[in-house]
Write a protein that binds this ligand. Structure first.
Ligand code: HSE
Length: 436
């Protein structure tokens, strides 16, 4: 059977990895897919650089619309990124009857509902394994491998840049700003790292996983997004003393009244496997009612790891594109008529435990006034640590770990504690998850 023809929009790091792996492993991939998969056309604004990667045998153009208009092309890979031109091109490719493979988490998290509806109406596939956790086949696991389960929660380290920064802060005792500069020098962090360090990239990925896990539409606008820029080395150290590591987690969890969807720095017990995922690696824990806890670990970015996910989608489409669309795996795991309208909860309704650091006057009655406020708000304390004051020092750090509570209740207690004259600085509050 003749090879299926693929058009590639954007040949940067992931595009060149895709081209190289497809060529290197073509025999194995053909054996698995049932026919060859050939990148027949590439669109990139830098034609000369693109030609340098793919050689003379592949047509290179500077206009993505020429790829979409080519009737020979069955699958379009979108590796441009962002919400602007990428959105228009994906919708045009769908309208032209092409299947689409994309690594674009931002696009799907924000415009996924529109894109999947267009694909469904046209009977084409939009595949996006590379959009979440790079080379880790987490979309495949959630949509297919765990299909028997009622998913209870997902917690993931799904941004390598921030995990690298947190690992360096912990192991070297350095502050955020210092490590960020080093990460940029080493190429782990982009020149403009905003999406990574502010938690936006992780929230895009968490939004996509949440939709697949719970059969809800993609709703990035409802996600709580908090990055690592305010994290201080002192809190990483105190957490360590109490048996916890701080990780930037993407968390989505089913509750009786709705679904939690949040990204924020989180204390996790050091003895959990995911707490020991270091450097730029990614890991996702999925808790299902039948399977229990499963952990997926690997590279979340990079040329060939991400290409591995892109090509897995190409193989899936090659196998499935002649099947009746009704018999394909639905884009978000649930059939469109079986999607749920379960709401995403506001942060006030989220249930979690907390780490608090209070800079307090070192005098009689301070601890008791603070614990009284927590008790009056029905917040139970799990552990307390007080830094020993130096000779003559009039203030100290008081660290409190709480049991699970409702965040709205904690906000009320925090306002009351902050108003005490013996609390001398803004209280640091970091959420804590046992992930048991
Ligand atoms: N910038 C992301 C990360 C990789 O640092 O993990 C692409 O999503």
């Amino acid at each position: 059977m003749k090879a299926i023809k693929v058009g590639l929009l954007g040949i940067g790091t992931v595009g060149s990895g895709t081209f190289n792996v497809l060529r290197r492993n073509q025999e194995e991939i053909r054996g698995r897919a049932g026919r060859g998969i050939e990148i027949a056309m590439v669109a990139d604004l830098d034609v000369a650089r693109a030609k340098g990667i793919v050689g003379d045998s592949v047509e290179v153009v500077d206009d993505a619309r020429k790829v979409i208009a080519n009737p020979e092309i069955d699958i379009v890979i979108e590796l441009i990124g962002g919400y602007g031109v990428a959105k228009a091109l994906v919708l045009e490719a769908i309208a032209a009857g092409k299947h689409v493979v994309t690594a674009n988490k931002a696009l799907l998290a924000v415009h996924g509902t529109e894109i999947f509806a267009a694909a469904h109406a046209k009977g084409v596939i939009v595949a996006f394994e590379a959009a979440v956790a790079g080379g880790i086949p987490i979309i495949k696991a959630l949509r297919e491998g765990l299909t028997a389960n009622r998913i209870e929660w997902i917690a993931g380290i799904i941004n390598g840049t921030t995990n690298f920064i947190l690992s360096e802060m912990r192991s070297k005792g350095l502050d955020f700003g210092v490590v960020l500069k080093e990460a940029q020098r080493l190429g782990y962090a982009e020149a403009d790292p905003t999406f990574d360090i502010e938690g936006v990239d992780a929230a895009h990925k968490a939004t996509i996983m949440s939709a697949i896990a719970f059969g809800i539409s993609v709703q990035f606008d409802k996600a709580h997004v908090e990055g690592i820029t305010k994290l201080q080395a002192a809190d990483i150290k105190y957490a360590e003393q109490l048996g916890y590591r701080i990780k930037l987690l993407g968390i989505t969890r089913r509750r009786d009244n709705g679904i939690e969807l949040r990204v924020h720095p989180t204390l996790i017990p050091t003895n959990r496997l995911i707490a020991n995922v270091e450097g730029a690696m990614n890991a996702v824990v999925v808790q299902g009612d039948a399977v229990g806890s499963t952990l997926y670990y690997g590279k979340g970015a990079g040329s060939e790891p991400t290409a591995s996910a892109v090509i897995a989608d190409l193989v899936d489409i090659t196998r499935l594109h002649t099947a009746d669309p009704e018999h394909r795996v639905p884009h978000l795991a649930f059939r469109p008529d079986a999607m749920s309208d379960t709401p995403i909860l506001s942060m006030d309704e989220v249930q979690t435990a907390f780490y608090l650091r209070l800079c307090v006057a070192d005098q009689a009655g301070v601890l008791s006034s603070i614990t009284t406020i927590l008790a009056e708000n029905d917040i139970s304390i799990d552990a307390v640590l007080q830094r020993e004051s130096a000779e003559g020092e009039k203030q100290t750090d008081l660290i409190i770990l709480t049991h699970d509570t409702v965040e709205g209740r904690m906000n009320k207690a925090l306002a009351q504690m902050q108003a005490l004259t013996t609390v001398l600085a803004p209280i640091v509050r970091i959420r804590k998850e046992e992930l048991a």
